[in-house]
Design a protein around this ligand. Structure first.
Ligand code: PHE
Length: 456
């Protein structure tokens, strides 16, 4: 009798739920991507837009996903099939599986880079480098080394996922998340207390609205979705492992706030240090993934005790990446396991290998496959842009429409109030945000984006 809800693995404690979900949310999106898109999209103004999206869209979508998963007790695909049988809603789950492939493919490339830089920090090599741009490009355009690290990332991810929810994902994140937050605080405090760092802090917190346009708004929404791990069913999958007495609104709020706090701390780690130690003008930084791999290592080298900080920084980046990669792989594994009735072992092996194959293309798109472009973007660039700004935002749109219009008020309220055992004035307000405000806001931004990118 496989597949019955009682057979399913689940999280063992409330802290375990928070650690695993915050582990998914906090990742390269916060530490590598957030400072990058913030500096490319106007600093403080972008930050404010971002926080607005986390509050009005992020938390409601998170709660929607949790309630879908916990109610259905199924993977992201099976949940829609169960809650809306004989309708095409399962396509939303399928979109989520595709998005998981896209994200993990390029994410494991960057996670691999962080392992290389951790290695270079510990071995002392980074200290001896004169030209950081050259160091990064020599490494990232190569073949064997970046692929080696990517495979290692996928292997560790696979091992944790194979161990299951309680014994794998929960155990791993319960230990790592507190360590991670403490390390980030430590490096952020160091960065903002450097001489000259205040200019960077000002850049981050003083908004310049003149640079904001529709593209900025879209990037802020895409970044919020990416960073909160919403829009593709990660939280539907995790939600299906959450106990029935968990206060889902409180869990969502705690996770969203932790993630936002870490995103802000990460910018405080990266941007003020750059202002303090290098002659790079932040707004002139060339677009590209190199910010934390080119500019920051120079900063570490110029800083007293820099070796230690660089090892801590790349170490925490690697750990943050792993607590996210496991959540993406679990989406695909849960789907294969429950829909194709595979064992967890077989599902993990098949999912890891097939995602790795796509991931190899993403990694090679900096080297051998550099010239190969689609819509003017390399494979890596396309996977990054399309997943965050198109697939996740579209997924989030469909999820709120599903909860607001298909699942409906009474089922949703029943789920988030734990069958009426908890009350909150926010429940109804959030339902109305999910039904009206979130779809309109996400819809406008999604449609406007099609016009801007020239697709329409
Ligand atoms: N939220 C993760 C990060 O910020 C990335 C992620 C996206 C994980 C979508 C799961 C799903 O790094």
């Amino acid at each position: 009798m496989t597949g019955l809800p009682t057979d399913r693995d689940s999280f063992g404690s409330k802290f375990g739920v928070i650690a695993a979900t915050a582990g998914s949310a906090v990742g390269l999106g916060n530490i590598w991507r957030f400072p990058l898109v913030t500096t490319q999209n106007g600093g403080g103004a972008f930050l404010l837009l971002y926080i607005g999206f986390v509050l009005i869209i992020g938390i409601p979508v998170m709660l929607s996903e949790f309630s879908i998963g916990r109610r259905a007790q199924q993977n992201a695909f099976g949940s829609f099939k169960k809650l809306a049988p004989k309708t095409p809603w399962f396509m939303v789950g399928f979109l989520g599986i595709l998005t998981a492939f896209a994200i993990l493919a390029f994410y494991s490339t960057v996670a691999g880079w962080t392992f290389e830089y951790l290695f270079q920090s510990i071995s002392g090599k980074l200290l001896t480098v004169d030209n950081m741009e050259e160091n990064f490009s020599d490494f990232s355009t190569g073949t064997v080394r970046p692929l080696f690290w990517q495979l290692l990332v996928m292997l560790i991810t696979g091992v944790v996922v194979y161990a299951g929810i309680k014994k794998g994902i929960e155990k791993f994140t319960k230990i790592l998340m507190p360590v991670l937050v403490l390390l980030i605080l430590f490096v952020a405090v160091r960065s903002v207390t450097l001489e000259g760092a205040m200019e960077g802090v000002r850049y981050l917190f003083l908004p310049d609205w003149s640079v904001v346009n529709f593209k900025t708004v879209l990037m802020a929404l895409g970044q919020a979705a990416f960073s909160l791990s919403i829009g593709m069913g990660t939280l539907i999958t995790y939600g299906s492992y959450i106990q029935k007495d968990n206060h889902l609104l409180s869990t969502s709020t705690q996770v969203a706030l932790t993630d936002t706090f870490v995103a802000i701390l990460s910018s405080l780690m990266v941007i003020p240090a750059i202002f303090a130690f290098s002659d790079v003008v932040v707004s002139d930084l060339s677009p590209g993934p190199g910010l934390v791999f080119e500019v920051l290592p120079n900063v570490f080298n110029a800083m007293p005790g820099g070796v230690i900080f660089s090892a801590i920084f790349f170490g925490l980046l690697s750990l943050a990446a792993l607590t996210s990669t496991i959540s993406v792989l679990e989406v695909v594994v849960a789907w294969l396991k429950e829909e194709l009735r595979l064992t967890r072992k077989a599902a993990t092996i098949i999912a890891s290998i097939s995602i790795t194959l796509l991931g190899i293309l993403a990694t090679l798109s900096f080297g051998e496959l550099r010239e190969f472009t689609i819509f003017g973007k390399t494979i890596f660039g396309l996977l990054d842009y399309a997943s965050a700004n198109i697939m996740l935002t579209f997924g989030a749109l469909l999820i709120v429409i599903f909860v607001g219009w298909k699942m409906g008020e009474s089922d949703f309220l029943e789920e988030i109030s734990n069958r009426g055992t908890i009350q909150s004035v926010f429940f109804k307000i959030i339902f109305y945000i999910i039904r009206y405000i979130a779809p309109v806001a996400i819809g406008i931004i999604t449609i406007a984006n099609f016009f801007i990118s020239g697709i329409v």
